[in-house]
Design a protein. Sequence first.
Length: 384
Amino acid sequence: MSVQPDYVGADFAAAEFEQRATRVRAVLRERGLGALVTTGAEDIYYLLGLNFQGYSSFSLLVLPAIGPLILVARTMERHTIQYQAPDVKHVGYGDDEDPARAVLAAVAETSGDIGVDRRAMSLPVDIWERVAAGSGHRVWRDGSGLLPAVRAVKSPAEIAHVRAAAAISDAAVAAGVAATRAGVSERSVAAAIHHELVERGSEYPGFAPFVRGTDILHHEHITWQDRPVRSGQGLLFELSASVYRYHAPLTRMVYADRLPPGVAAAAATALAGLDAITRALRPGVLSGDVYTAWEDTVGGPGRHHCGYLIGVAFPPSWFGGSGITGLRDGSALTVAEGMVFHVMSWILGENAGQYCLSDTALVTATGCELLTRAPREPVVRQAG
């Protein structure tokens, strides 16, 4: 007798996935669409609970307005798909076969106009051109943003996973702080952070933890090297755990031996800016108004944004998907209860007075709650 595996890819009740599909289908009916196709890992996971690294190869989900979901993916992934998403119809393709043919076979089972996420980075142009050319009379319409808009408001079960990720993120920051002192390499500090993330229960996150010196704060998407931490300098930690693909990022800073000139004042400004964000972020406000509240507090002009929506995410990011829905000047997203943001109060100048601070914020019925809670003031670590 075979032994059933006990791997859990997505810790949700079956009814939750049914409710998600129902909400998306309601939007399809409003737009007069017979089906929606998406290649985004986050969208596929949201509707199926398929949690694997097979998204590195072309995958596409067909959600008909009526009827079962259809997943186009490599044939070799059939065991994972059958186990994690047993109700989806899997249309496989071999590594020596054209995925476009599988897509055409899948959409042939639907009727009406088809929405497609044209913004997806995971939709290769050559595959799309063959699908569009081979679909004959079928009408393709832009469905970009449809699924991310549905995903933006989190269910209680999703929020529970974000909370769990936040607790692990806090612990990872504490591990990084404890490992930091003059003479220790950035790589050693990053190793301590990684160990804590995995040991505490995180999956691999969408972004690797950012661990970089205060001399290169402006190099925003690079991370550790073998460089030693120098006395009087510091490290930035921007990181997130992932629990069932739900993320909770935060940013903290730690210094070796002493604070550089100007950091205390910059930190006070950053803290005031974070407070302004949390007071402004509530249901019904526009995202641009949250940015204005932050910018007015920190004495703008500030950064290009002071946060963005987060939730389900796979590499190469933790914001999940092909676009960033940010809290930026003039942005018109209406904030709603159940949304989760990575809120950022980063004070970056061209001198020593710089400080970066961020947290994961849940929009509640009356305001917002910061889920990450590691100490926000500058931390100084002495040698020994």
